[in-house]
Design a protein around this ligand. Sequence first.
Ligand code: GDP
Length: 198
Amino acid sequence: HLPEPRGSWSSESSDSEESWESLYRVVLLGDPGVGKTSLMYLFAGVQDKDLPEQQREDTYERTLSVDGEETTLMVIDTWEAEKRAPEEDNWFHNYCMQVGNAYVIVYSITDRGSFESASELRIQLRRTRQAENIPIILVGNKTDLVRSREVSVEEGRACAVVFDCKFIETSAALQHNVSELFEGVVRQIRLRRDSKEA
Ligand code: GDP
């Protein structure tokens, strides 16, 4: 049930850009345990955190109204990658690196290793999607765990500046800044769309 990579998207409608332009694929990247699935469930407004793994979806679609305009995001969670066979895992990872119209790279502010992985993912993305100006949002999640913080806000912000992406801190547990995150994704996508049209 995974979507086709961009380019082969126009199976049923015309092959003009319109056919995929109204729906944008947002890929969640980041180490296991940083909160990707939790963020996606909040985005989707679903309560199925306790579902057995076989019944979990790895993509959710929702139409958001931002600044008076509606945009549909399909959020792709990469959690399954950890449970796949290595070859399949590799395929899935490469697939995700190709199909995103925007990327959300998540780390946990309580886990410096996940912050370092985020940088690596950013470098990989730059390599895979070199010529494209795709929106990337760096997310420091778990801000509610104040006493276990290992990565400061300043470090997160500085990293985003170096990597030329947007930055936001969230708490999936407290539902803090989560809608702001996805609204930000929509605005970043539109900025690029509008500058292309201009
Ligand atoms: P994933 O592996 O990146 O998809 O991470 P999950 O969404 O499965 O979350 C891993 C664990 O961290 C789960 O136990 C979540 O309940 C917990 N978690 C996720 N986000 C937060 C958060 O913002 N604050 C706290 N305290 N725990 C969180």
